[in-house]
Design a protein around this ligand. Structure first.
Ligand code: AMP
Length: 409
């Protein structure tokens, strides 16, 4: 199915071509015609599936030309996501005359207020800052025709649901609404009942499965050797860019300091950093100045960082969904990537929960030649099993160990 057959307008199709997309992803094939037809949509798709374009392209098509607005409102849980989605909208809209703006917290009001005053067709926003602008009378939502609630489960996790509801109440009842969420907990179900009208659900793949282009491996280790193993993995990995996930901000700072001492060009991303520091980290990582990004889960959802070759979970995520979101940073769209998870005996339960959640057993791997101290986890490894080669883009090989679990692909 080519893009040209989906019913998108000519300038939007030109934008798609300029973005370098040759064919629509499955969620785009399903969602674009529905949104063009005026339907409310619930999208549950894996990260990196192209969901931004799935809602942005039909909305831009329907908006056609500039008019008093905003007529499309997109709510995002974090400023990074808001900035990223705004950039995507601008890219796709470059051959239209439609105006796109973004508002989020952590920065001054001046530029945002000026943009709102000039008039916008598409407004991308985080809930808190949008409410501030509403209270200051700098924007009204009574012309909104298209409302997108993106990463709804994340907004719930971050406590934004009351804000989101207040915002929805300021939008006209007569509108079209799309909600995207990796998971649909009961609170989101209630929100759907309240805010959407006869929605059509678009679900791509099993909701819980991580992208199939990702290769997973667990690296069991005694907890006293976690940092040594991380350093050794980075030494042996032939990575282009890697995100190292930590559970806490302090942990992330600690790991970043350690990597810096070992001469890795590293940036840190977590919520205690100022907006300026976060932007500096992201930009540097995107541009390749930092090869390693150490991050907490705030960076794990939806952030579009192209070409991450590896994700290393320095800490096993405590929520199984976060595992899927974290490793969603690699293997985006149709590329492949590797996800390595360092595991200690204390993590066994969380790992079991992750394996149940994703419906597959993850390979256990040992690094050959690493001076391992004993951990009971090794009892699970089967000597004589197949050695695991971590395939890399440049053909290098990393892990050579033994794996335990079902037959590998
Ligand atoms: P998203 O799931 O919206 O965060 O998109 C993930 C990545 O896929 C982004 O880098 C998009 O630019 C890219 N992408 C979206 N749609 C397509 C497509 N049809 N073909 C190739 N890449 C795409």
């Amino acid at each position: 199915m080519p893009f040209a057959k989906l019913g998108l307008s000519r300038p939007v199709l030109e934008g798609v071509r300029a973005a370098g997309y040759t064919e629509p992803t499955p969620i785009q094939v399903r969602a674009i015609p529905l949104i063009l037809a005026g339907r409310d949509v619930i999208g549950s798709a894996q990260t990196g599936t192209g969901k931004t374009a799935a809602f942005a392209l039909p909305i831009l098509t329907r908006l056609e030309a500039p008019a008093p607005g905003p007529r499309a409102l997109v709510l995002e849980p974090t400023r990074e996501l808001a900035a990223q989605v705004e950039t995507a909208f601008r890219d796709y809209a470059r051959f239209t005359k439609l105006r796109v703006a973004v508002v989020y917290g952590g920065v001054g009001y001046g530029a945002q207020t000026a943009a709102l005053r000039e008039g916008v067709d598409v407004l991308v926003a985080t809930p808190g800052r949008l409410l501030d602008h509403l209270q200051r009378g700098q924007v009204r939502l009574d012309r909104v025709q298209f409302l997108v609630l993106d990463e709804a489960d994340r907004m719930l996790d971050m406590g934004f649901l009351p804000d989101v509801k207040r915002i929805i109440q300021k939008c006209p009842r007569q509108r079209q609404t799309a909600l995207f969420s990796a998971t649909i907990p009961p609170e989101i179900e209630t929100l759907i009942q309240w805010a959407l009208r006869d929605p059509e659900t678009v679900e791509i793949g099993a909701r819980r499965m991580p992208a199939e282009t990702i290769r997973h491996a667990l690296y069991p280790v005694n907890s006293s050797q976690k940092t040594d193993l991380l350093l050794e993995l980075l030494r042996r990995l032939d990575y282009d860019s890697v995100i190292v996930f930590c559970r806490t901000k302090q942990g992330a700072d600690h790991v970043a300091a350690l990597l810096k001492r070992h001469n890795h060009p590293v940036a840190v991303l977590h919520s205690n950093r100022t907006q300026q520091e976060r932007e500096h980290a992201l930009r540097g990582f995107r541009e390749g100045r930092f090869e390693v990004l150490v991050a907490t889960d705030i960076a794990s959802r939806g952030l579009d960082i192209a070409d991450v070759s590896h994700v290393i979970n320095y800490d096993v995520p405590q929520h199984p969904e976060d595992y899927v979101h974290r490793i969603g940073r690699t293997g985006r769209a149709l590329a492949t990537g590797d996800a390595l998870t360092i595991m200690t005996a204390e993590d066994a339960q969380h790992v079991a929960a992750i394996e149940r959640f994703i419906g597959q057993k993850i390979e256990r791997t040992k690094l050959e030649g690493f001076p391992y101290l004993y951990t009971a986890l090794f009892e699970e490894l089967k000597p004589g099993g197949k050695p695991l080669h971590l395939r890399r883009s440049r053909g290098a090989r990393v892990g050579r160990g033994y794996y335990y679990g079902p037959a590998r692909r």
